[in-house]
Design a protein. Structure first.
Length: 290
């Protein structure tokens, strides 16, 4: 019976010489077993075994010596943790144990080799699974960690897919009132986010990505819900979002076209004079106007 196979594989996670195969087989089956997460969480030694897999590759992060097989193996562990992060019964337990923090060293890497890119992307997937459910407890937890600066760096330097997931995470944080208030609480935080968004928009002029642009526009639109941020966006929103630069790219994407129109309406679409690019500490009076 298939369920007995699952139980046996979960037990195999705690047996060192069987673990690699168990990780591979369970990560393949995770989509077909919706209750795999509680089984993983409540089985003796299982989460400890997954964390052991994660910690064991920390020495390969700096200097960057991570191999493709080692990356694949730890990413199978991360896939099982994503399963735990996604499940309603185990999500809060996952947060209470502060397990996302074990992934932050992976997000903090800068090597552009495939093993590292795959590791960052899979780690972002775990955080993405957490924020996907619109749970205020998740946002509250993440705001107490360095997830925003980690995501901002990936948004500037990662692959298109990593940038997209990192931007989605920032978007979901912004969509929560607590997250919006946090980012708009100081000029430094606001301009840290808006400058990265601005740089991304500029890079999309040459290498368009509708999927990425959608999340960027959604972030800007949400920032405009804060009165002081809306005032600042009148000066620092990229010119390419105000003119027809992305008109052709968005022809087939009515929702993003609508969000962009709402954004421009929200800020009054005041024509810019001079340099539209603002950076940290260069806003009016070094604060978000209020």
């Amino acid at each position: 019976q298939e369920m007995e196979k699952i139980y046996k594989l979960v037990i195999d996670l705690t047996i060192a010489d069987r673990r690699e195969n168990a990780l591979l087989e369970l990560s393949k089956r995770r989509e077909t077993f919706p209750d795999l997460a509680p089984i993983l969480w409540h089985s003796f030694g299982t989460i400890a075994a997954l964390l052991q897999e994660i910690i064991s590759i920390y020495p390969q992060l700096s200097p960057p010596t991570l191999t493709a097989p080692a990356s694949n193996r730890v990413c199978n562990s991360l896939a099982l943790l994503q399963c735990v992060a996604s499940h309603s019964e185990t999500r809060q337990l996952f947060l209470n144990a502060h397990i996302p923090l074990f992934l932050y060293p992976f997000l903090n890497t800068v090597s552009k080799s495939r093993p590292f890119e795959y590791l960052r992307l899979t780690s972002l997937g775990v955080i993405g699974a957490l924020v996907k459910v619109d749970d205020a407890e998740v946002i509250n937890f993440l705001l107490q960690t360095e997830i925003i600066p980690l995501c901002l760096r990936i948004m500037e330097t990662g692959s298109e897919l990593s940038k997209t997931v990192a931007t989605f995470i920032v978007q979901k944080i912004l969509l929560d009132d607590m997250g919006l208030n946090y980012i708009c609480a100081t000029a430094e935080r606001f301009y840290a986010v808006s400058t990265v968004l601005n740089n991304m928009v500029v890079s999309l002029i040459d290498i368009p990505s509708v999927r990425l642009l959608k999340h960027i526009v959604r972030c800007y639109l949400r920032l405009a819900d804060n009165p002081r941020a809306k005032e600042a966006l009148r000066q620092c929103l990229p010119e390419s979002l105000r003119d027809k630069t992305f008109h052709n790219s968005l022809k087939e994407d009515p929702p993003t076209r609508k969000w962009l129109a709402q954004l421009l309406a929200a800020i009054g679409d005041i024509p810019l004079t001079g340099n539209p690019q603002a950076s940290p500490g260069q806003g009016p009076g070094s604060t978000i106007p209020g």
